[in-house]
Design a binder for this molecule. Structure first.
Ligand code: GRF
Length: 188
């Protein structure tokens, strides 16, 4: 945990769904100050609540993106967050939000960047005949999946793989990679 003698930033995790990467980060001992979701029904929120974590859930629907992001920003700052970790967060952050947290946001993306930015990464890797897929932890900038790559993990693509079987293999690699790379990022 953070204390006066420890300057390691506290982490705010943003999720949209099941939250398995969030679980891996929490279980690794990283000091998570708050879990935020743009979907109040995200499955990962119940897990976070059961762990006693502070949770903030708000949908942008109805209030608009600018008001939504202002509320998220306020919740993160109120919780004392220094670094934001996106973990299956399926919404694009505005340039303004990214600028306010410049150098303080990281994301995990299920491909070996710079290959396959955006969606459907596993289907695209299989269709291309790649020998390997994988995942990347990267710094978040205004360019989608375009910031500095902080760490990567490759897994083989096996004959007969479907996007789902490959996704499962990559997800296991994500759960090992993200805590390790985020800890390095927090201590630099
Ligand atoms: C992960 O594959 C992550 O790389 C991608 O979305 C998925 C989220 O899974 N951005 P989870 O919510 O962490 O279980």
């Amino acid at each position: 945990m953070s204390n006066d003698l420890d300057s390691t930033p506290r982490v705010g995790i943003l999720i949209s769904g099941r939250g398995s990467n969030m679980m891996a980060l929490v279980d690794s001992g990283i000091d998570v100050a708050i879990v935020v979701s743009d979907r109040p029904d995200a499955a990962g929120l119940d897990w976070a609540r059961n762990r006693g974590l502070t949770v903030f859930a708000l949908s942008p629907k109805g209030i608009g993106k600018a008001a939504y992001e202002r509320a998220v920003d306020a919740a993160l700052r109120e919780a004392g967050v220094g670094v934001i970790a996106l973990a299956g967060y399926m919404r694009l952050l505005s340039d303004d939000f990214v600028a306010r947290w410049r150098g303080q946001i990281v994301n995990i993306h299920p491909s070996l960047l710079p290959r396959y930015k955006g969606l459907d990464t596993h289907a695209r890797a299989i269709a291309a005949g790649d020998a390997a897929g994988g995942c990347s932890v990267h710094a978040v900038t205004e360019e989608l999946d375009g910031g500095e790559v902080l760490g990567q993990s490759a897994v083989p693509i096996e004959p007969g793989d479907t996007p789902d079987t490959l996704a499962a293999r990559v997800l296991a690699a994500e759960h090992a990679l993200y805590p390790r790379v985020l800890k390095e990022f927090l201590s630099r």
